[in-house]
Design a protein around this ligand. Structure first.
Ligand SMILES: Cc1ncc(C[n+]2csc(CCOP(=O)(O)OP(=O)(O)O)c2C)c(N)n1
Ligand SMILES: [Mg+2]
Length: 705
């Protein structure tokens, strides 16, 4: 039967609309590819391969699925897109550009410019460009996290997914679903090889994070060549072992297959999803197929012409965005994301009327503020010569703060009974599968992922803390460094901070860790000397909005300094302060230290004072904070004219010369420690009041040993 003429016409027009759409799809995908090619070529550095291979996948995800309003890139319920394979940064810049994402300031106000303009793309990898070599959060609006060290973005995405479920559990109300966002991470072979991604995937599988989707670019090529060289496990099988749902897309260019996989992810409500996408890494001419190096280098003029010809692109055009592409790409994002955001906003406004306290909390959280009264119950500790371990003092302080700070949450890498970071107030609860709103996290023995996950949470505006032994900071340095680079206030607590931990011995006794951590720019480190300094350290740490902080605590008890006799612990806020001795009087000798060794200095000070020596003890819990004080203050605490100085810290000496000076005596660790009870260990390595006293005597006599 012949259909009526009008029907034929409408079918014809439907199919020509389909053709036009397919054309626009291709045009947009090839725009992403050619922008990446041209930017890398102009910079003469960068990786065009990933953007070329993954353009159709990213295009499909962004234009058809991502719930993201380019006009409000900070919308709290936006889907997150994390480019874990940060070397493919041009992919992200091209996406942000084509989506016409608006640039915002630190407070999230629109600046009336594009987050990434075409001119920005033309300055890829140049000084001052928002298109840095690898995506940098804070530098470029829309970059959800800083990536480049492979595996980190994958780890961050797990923290973002946890944050989404935590926020939903805490703040969603019947009929008011404020939080239901998904987190997508694009991962490469390198991400899949890195241990941190495996740890994080294991956590995600355990927690059954069904709002998490990793898209794995299975292009079988890394820098040194084919992955056969070094990587032969069945990755999907591995992830099934972790408890993930795994899907496969055989051709990265098959947008419909990609869309079906994302649909399946969205319909999966009991586990995270890995989509393994087979792709051929972006090559230029066919004769380069199979070579390995090309993806990490600019293509070169000839390759570019051949590649553009293969895409049906004008071979000489550069940084070309053909007519219709912006409307098509940004239009699709705006259409879906704008509507979703507007209805979310209406819902949030109504929520404010119904749940004023929660709405205020959320606003404070999003602004990076502190809840009112958060520090009202911070205890102060009475003088006690027998003392309290700073980890125990910390437990009391943390548990006095956390009930007033609803979005402060965290945990340890299986050491909470030792780090004393468990939140034990009523209703604190455990964050587990289905009890998403818990405040106690259990990272398992996965320090590296713990740091990455915490960073993902802090990027979602929560206030996470982590905890383990100081020695294992070595296992989580990369995310700590990235928190500093991103200027986000993750809190990293560490206990068992020196040879003072005793019998576990040198494998567990940190030596060079303090120096190494102090060397990280834009990081704050506190090593409090007693219980009251610990309380002040927590106060300073949680007041910090733009710096990650490290809190270094003891396992062993330390005397609680008598604050009626000596200076107030409020001096912690200035990094270093005169603890003992008349601050108005120029001392004959300065004794300085941090943490557990400060009490040795105080003992030596008492002996010197009895003998008529004018001595001073300077407690220096935070070097970096001390360095930020004005010169007047620093010189008042450590008068330059006083060169008789002794420093004491049970750690590597690196850095102490700055304070002890050329002629001062540095009592420090020059070797690994030893396995024995604390008494003999401290004595063997010279951490006694007698030793400090003798050094002070030598200094006064000008006899440097
Ligand atoms: C932790 C870490 N180690 C090494 C590198 C250097 N690096 C950059 S890309 C890359 C591997 C590239 O292969 P793959 O991850 O498969 O990405 P593709 O080239 O396929 O896009 C390496 C080793 C890095 N960025 N991070
Ligand atoms: Mg690869």
């Amino acid at each position: 039967m012949t259909p009526p003429p009008s029907d034929v016409a409408s079918r014809q027009s439907a199919s020509s609309q389909d053709d036009a759409k397919a054309n626009l799809d291709n045009l947009a995908i090839n725009t992403i590819r050619t922008l990446a090619i041209d930017a890398v070529e102009k910079a003469d550095s960068g990786h065009p391969g990933l953007p070329m291979g993954m353009a159709p996948v990213a295009y499909t995800l962004w234009t058809r699925f991502l719930r993201y309003d380019p006009a409000d890139p900070n919308w709290p319920n936006r889907d997150r897109f994390v480019l874990s394979a940060g070397h493919g940064s041009m992919l992200l810049y091209a996406l942000l550009h084509l989506a016409q994402v608006q640039r915002t300031d630190k407070e999230g106000r629109s600046l009336g410019q594009l987050a990434v303009s075409l001119d920005d793309i033309k300055t890829f990898r140049q000084l001052g460009s928002v298109c840095a070599g690898h995506p940098e959060h804070g530098l470029t609006t829309g970059v959800e996290t800083t990536t480049g060290p492979l595996g980190q973005g994958a780890g961050n995405s797990v923290g973002m997914a946890i944050a989404g479920l935590w926020l939903a559990a805490r703040y969603n109300r019947p009929g008011r679903k404020l939080f239901d966002y998904d987190v997508f991470a694009l991962c490469s072979d390198g991400d899949m090889m890195e241990g941190v991604a495996s740890e994080a995937a294991s956590v995600a599988g355990h927690l059954r994070l069904s709002n998490l989707c990793w898209i794995y670019d299975d292009n079988t090529v890394t820098i040194e060549g084919h992955t056969e060289l070094a990587f032969s496990e069945d990755i999907a099988e591995r992830f099934r072992g972790y408890g993930w749902s795994t899907l496969r897309v055989d051709d990265a260019n098959d947008c419909e297959a990609i869309a079906r996989a994302i649909d399946t992810f969205k319909a999966t409500d009991d586990r995270p999803t890995l989509i393994v996408v087979k792709s051929v890494i972006g090559y230029g001419s066919p004769n380069r197929q199979g070579t390995s190096k090309i993806h990490s280098d600019p293509l070169g003029a000839e390759e570019i012409r051949l590649t553009k010809a293969a895409y049906g692109w004008p071979v000489d055009a550069q940084f070309l965005v053909p007519d219709g592409v912006y409307d098509h790409f940004a239009g699709a994002m705006r259409e879906r994301g704008g509507k979703l955001r507007a209805s979310w906003q209406a819902s949030f406004d109504a929520y404010g009327g119904e749940h004023a306290v929660e709405a205020d909390d959320l606003k404070t959280m999003w602004a990076g503020g502190l809840p009112e009264g958060w520090d009202s119950d911070i205890p102060s500790f009475a003088a006690d010569p027998k003392g309290v371990a700073t980890r125990d003092a910390s437990a009391k302080v943390l548990n006095a703060i956390a009930p007033h700070y609803p979005w402060l949450l965290g945990g340890a890498a299986d050491l909470a009974p030792s780090t004393k970071t468990h939140l034990n107030f009523e209703d604190a609860g455990d964050l587990e599968f289905r009890t998403w709103g818990g405040r106690n996290m259990h990272f398992g023995v996965r320090e590296h992922a713990m740091g990455s996950i915490a960073n993902g949470m802090v990027l979602s505006k929560l206030r996470p803390f982590t905890a383990t032994f100081l020695i294992f900071s070595d296992y989580m340095r990369p995310p700590m460094r990235l928190a500093a680079l991103m200027e986000v206030p993750t809190v990293f607590a560490f206990t068992h901070d020196s040879i003072g931990l005793g019998q576990d011995g040198p494998t567990h006794q940190s030596i060079e860790q303090l120096a190494g951590l102090r060397a990280i720019p834009h990081m704050r480190l506190f090593r409090p000397a007693d219980a009251n300094e610990t309380a002040e350290a927590w106060r300073a740490i949680l007041s910090e909005t733009e710096k990650p902080c490290i809190l270094v605590l003891t396992r062993q008890a330390l005397p609680v300094v008598d604050r009626n006799r000596y200076a107030s612990a409020a001096g912690v806020a200035r990094g270093a302060y005169v603890l003992a001795g008349d601050p108005g009087e120029t001392p004959q000798v300065i004794l300085m230290g941090t943490g557990s060794e400060v009490s040795l200095a105080v003992e030596a000070f008492e002996r010197l004072t009895k003998e008529g020596v004018k001595a001073r003890v300077v407690s220096m819990p935070s070097w970096d904070l001390c360095e930020e004080q004005d010169k007047g203050y620093r010189d008042a605490v450590l008068p330059p004219s006083v060169t008789a100085r002794v420093s004491v810290e049970a750690a590597a000496p690196l850095g102490w010369d700055r304070y002890a000076g050329r002629s001062g005596e540095i009592i420090a660790m020059h070797s690994f420690g030893a396995s024995a009870p604390i008494g003999p260990v401290m004595k063997k390595f010279g951490f006694t009041a007698d030793h400090v006293y003798e050094a002070a005597r030598r200094q006064i006599e000008g006899l440097k040993q």
